[in-house]
Design a protein around this ligand. Sequence first.
Ligand code: HEM
Length: 392
Amino acid sequence: MLSDQSRPVIEQTIGVVAERIPFITPEFYRSMFEARPDLLDGMFSRSNQKNGTQAQALAGSIAMFASHLLTHPDGYPDELLSRVAHKHASLGVLPEHYPIVHEHLFGAIARDLGDAATPEVVAAWDEVYWLMADALIKIEKGLYTGQANAVAFAPFRVAAKERTGTTTTAITLEPADGTPLTPAVAGQYVTVQVRMPDGVEQPRQFTLVPGPDGTRRFAVRLDERGEVTPVLHHDVRVGDVLQVSNPYGDVVLAEGEGPLVLASAGIGVTPMVAFLDRLVRQESTRRVIVLHADRSAEEWALRELHEMLVAELPNATLETWMETPCEGDHDGFMDLSGVAVPADAEVYLCGPLPFMKAVRSAVIAQGVPGRSISYEILGPDQWMLHDEARDA
Ligand code: HEM
């Protein structure tokens, strides 16, 4: 809980701090990577640094946390903390990293705010930082001890690479040493370290999709302008060894008997096939409304698996929207006006942000409460949906 001294100071300064984050963030990362270039080798994504808005997620979340402390003095924003802690744990973030981020973030804040960064202001924001850091460290510790092994990354050999859809490759990995494997919960992801042509390791998260027992399998959609996916598509070969994290991620299927809606677009299909596979294994008789949007049937990643899993469930139906439709597809973007969504449905969304916002609004308009809608953002979350989710 925020102290009585800090509360009024945070109230007075949260507006200006939130407003300055776009200016503070580049300076924070510049100074941190100058002092610790090793953090760009296997920890931070270089691409996220190039993309200014995404880099703001870390500092922005501290302002978000502070605003939550002001409006809900007795609690923490659990959803925010859980998402970040899972992401951190998948990257191997440790308690000793927190003072490094603190030093450079607060250096950047002090330089940006100038005279406005009085000792009282700095002390109050310090308190917010350490409240958040301690909460994250605690969750991360629990996540690490819940694993079957004590390592952040273990070596895995590429056992298979298959095209699945014109722009997506599915990669199956088998353990390359005796590190015990933590079983993954459907919907979880792993961080995969990929060596770039200049020798630097770049981490990326990929949702696990169904594969042979004892393996990790994920699907990579090619982004020709990206840094990592072209290497995974073109350069990584069967037999190569990659460092892979334990499974993390808190967007998992809620147990229950009520109806489910699984709506995806593009590569957002990956958690949906994991959920469907779990339902098939459970011999579930739940009503499952599966909705998928893509550019075309050819581009639809894991299409055969997606269709097969739906066919195996007695009460599941599949509807598709394609920008280039074939027989049976709706034309264009997903439109729920013809889909009756039961008000007691649990809804899962995965795809680009505009897709999730549109589908979320449409589902809410049909009477589903915001708290029944979960979503997985592939990439850093800007928390845009979180405010809306709480208000709904
Ligand atoms: C990602 C917050 C400390 C490393 C993130 C994200 C947030 C965040 C909000 C984006 C999560 C997402 O939506 O994907 C924080 C806060 C911290 C903190 C509030 C301190 C209180 C640290 C520390 C490290 C670290 C100490 C390690 C040096 C990372 C990395 C990512 C990340 C590598 C992935 C995103 C990227 O590569 O750009 N953090 N973080 N964070 N954080 Fe932290």
